[in-house]
Design a protein around this ligand. Structure first.
Ligand SMILES: *[C@@H]1O[C@H](CO)[C@@H](O)[C@H](O)[C@H]1NC(C)=O
Ligand SMILES: *[C@@H]1O[C@H](CO)[C@@H](O)[C@H](O)[C@H]1NC(C)=O
Ligand SMILES: *[C@@H]1O[C@H](CO)[C@@H](O)[C@H](O)[C@H]1NC(C)=O
Ligand SMILES: *[C@@H]1O[C@H](CO)[C@@H](O)[C@H](O)[C@H]1NC(C)=O
Length: 533
């Protein structure tokens, strides 16, 4: 889940808070629907806030295009294995709103000579989506304000003359669906030796776009399997185990149980993002107001206008870069990317004392799967699910888990993948290289995929473990990575003492703030304060 609150004490964010209070007051609308027919049918509760529902209704009534159309042909911007490649000098700097692209790797991600993959697990983010409900309302308002204050748009702004805000809320877009189909195909292709003989065991966190992403991934996997000469696959459509995101649910793919984190978890993020924003946003705001006299655009609204570049891009079925993108320079996109990156680092990374702890449940499940031993965890694992071979089978060769960016970041830090990343400056931009590969765009773009692999290599008795995040081999430094970036399984597991010990889970329930308000009970999107990402 993601806190999508705007870290500014300005009219924009006051409005965001007001919206969220209102939508907490109006009880959540619940959509009950049976999702996955077949053996593992289960009831999925989809929560939409009033804001989302209203947005959705107006979008439906006033003729917004349905996003649930037939898949478009593959777009030239998005490539099955290399991902999004249009205007990479800016599109690879859209933070967590970037579309997956293959990240440069110092170590070749190819299977090393003399080694064979024996196991792989993918941890994936859902594909491109519409903005979260609170954000979509704020974006609509920003556009409405500009259009009512300004009547002549020229130059790079001319497109605004005919532009109307029509984005929905929360759902996977057609482009996002295509990304996930591509991801399934890419997974099949990489693990063909294992994948022709078996199918992945698939789990999805219970928000609709995540479930949809898992199913699109399965579709791509299946298509590739048929294309590779398998005549039929009676198991398709493959089962997807859905893990609820409701308040109080134990879900290793979606945080929400750690009370102290949910209450206080985002303070450092707001302060650090505000500090960094003050280094570049005022200049852009002045330029916008100069080009659009009388627009009276605020600093948060400047960030909203930047957000619209990636959101309008992934709302285009072909992924064509939006004209909003051209309103900002390449260095400004680098700053935007860094602004988003520090937001994640100071909430789900080591910039927050309880950040990486949110990833420990997933890590302990990974250890169980890698070693073939029962899960040993006392954090967010659901013991009922993980003690049953139907819902947590061991001994499979392929697994696929689908969730959100924030939980992936917490898992990456709980694994120690970015232990050599220096503490992120809040005043000076650092490049992804300087951050040792940690940037939002490099780690958790839409349709992000981290592969956890086991390999059997010639002349080595023990299996080796390697981790590849969006095509980049992340050298396992905490267990003494070899030239391939890998460690033996036992050294790798040994290095995970933080997660095996439950991180700082014991600090989740100490009485932190008297009168602290548990926003949204750690549950679903609420129209502005905590929204899944
Ligand atoms: C935006 O809305 C206006 C007013 O309803 C309409 O005239 C215009 O054609 C719309 N633009 C687009 C691109 O649909
Ligand atoms: C654990 O999973 C079971 C089976 O899906 C479910 O009924 C139960 O509510 C879950 N418990 C928690 C605490 O998440
Ligand atoms: C500009 O917006 C601010 C608040 O966002 C408001 O106080 C001010 O009156 C506005 N100015 C004009 C000229 O509309
Ligand atoms: C859910 O997690 C809590 C906190 O770690 C734990 O006390 C509880 O036993 C778990 N419930 C299940 C069903 O696993």
């Amino acid at each position: 889940m993601s806190d999508e609150e705007i870290p500014f004490l300005t009219p924009g964010s006051q409005h965001a808070r007001k919206l969220s209070r209102e939508s907490n007051g109006i009880k959540t609308w619940w959509f009950h629907q049976f999702y996955h027919p077949g053996r593992s049918s289960r009831l999925v509760l989809m929560g939409l806030t009033a804001v989302a529902a209203i947005t959705f209704l107006s979008w439906t009534i006033f003729g917004g295009k349905s996003k649930r159309t037939v898949l478009q042909p593959p777009s030239s911007c998005d490539h099955v294995s290399r991902g999004y490649q249009c205007q990479p000098d800016i599109s690879h700097y859209w933070g967590q709103y970037s579309a997956y692209f293959q990240v440069p790797s110092e170590i070749s991600p190819d299977v090393p000579a003399g080694c064979q993959i024996t196991y792989s697990q993918v941890l994936s983010r859902h594909g491109g989506r519409d903005p979260t409900p609170g954000k979509t309302a704020l974006y609509a308002q920003t556009i409405e304000k500009i259009k009512s204050n300004v009547h002549v748009f020229q130059g790079a702004y001319a497109f605004l003359t005919d532009y109307n805000y029509t984005l929905g809320a929360d759902q996977l877009t057609a482009f996002g669906e295509r990304q996930m189909v591509n991801s399934g195909t890419d997974f099949f292709t990489r693990y063909k030796n294992l994948a022709t003989a078996s199918i992945p065991f698939v789990r999805a966190s219970g928000q609709q776009r995540v479930i949809d992403s898992a199913e699109k991934f399965n579709q791509g996997f299946h298509q590739a399997k048929l294309a590779a000469g398998e005549s039929k696959d009676a198991q398709y459509p493959y089962d997807v185990l859905i893990i609820s995101e409701d308040a109080g649910s134990n879900n290793t793919l979606d945080h929400g149980l750690c009370t102290a984190f949910e209450i206080d978890g985002h303070k450092a993020r707001h302060a650090t993002q505000r500090t960094f924003a003050s280094t570049f946003i005022p200049g852009i705001t002045a330029r916008l107001n100069n080009a659009l006299p009388n627009a009276n655009i605020t600093e948060p609204e400047t960030i909203f206008l930047m957000d619209l570049c990636p959101f309008e891009t992934v709302a285009s079925s072909s992924g064509t870069p939006s004209p909003f993108c051209a309103l900002f320079s390449q260095p400004e996109w680098e700053q935007y990317d860094y602004y988003q990156t520090i937001g994640k680092y100071y909430s789900f990374g080591p910039g927050n004392a309880l950040g990486p702890t949110q990833g420990t449940g997933f890590v302990n499940e990974l250890v169980a799967r890698l070693t073939g031993k029962p899960v040993d965890d006392h954090t967010s694992v659901n013991q009922t699910l993980d003690s049953s071979p139907d819902t947590f089978p061991l001994g499979q060769t392929l697994y696929a888990d689908f969730g959100h960016d924030n939980d992936m970041i917490a898992a990456f830090f709980a694994l120690g993948l970015y232990n050599s990343t220096p503490i992120l400056s809040t005043t000076h931009l650092m490049t992804a290289e300087e951050m040792k590969g940690f940037s939002c765009a490099w780690t958790v773009p839409f349709a992000a995929r981290a592969f956890f692999e086991k390999m059997q290599c010639q002349g080595v008795e023990e299996e080796m473990v390697r981790v590849i995040v969006n095509g980049r081999v992340v050298p396992l430094e905490s267990c003494g990575a070899d030239q391939m970036g890998s460690c033996t399984l036992s050294k790798f597991v040994e290095s995970l003492s933080f997660a095996r010990g439950g991180g700082r889970w014991d600090q989740c329930f100490i009485d932190t703030q008297q009168g602290g308000e548990l926003v949204n009970g750690g549950a679903m999107s609420d129209g502005g304060v905590r929204e899944t990402s």
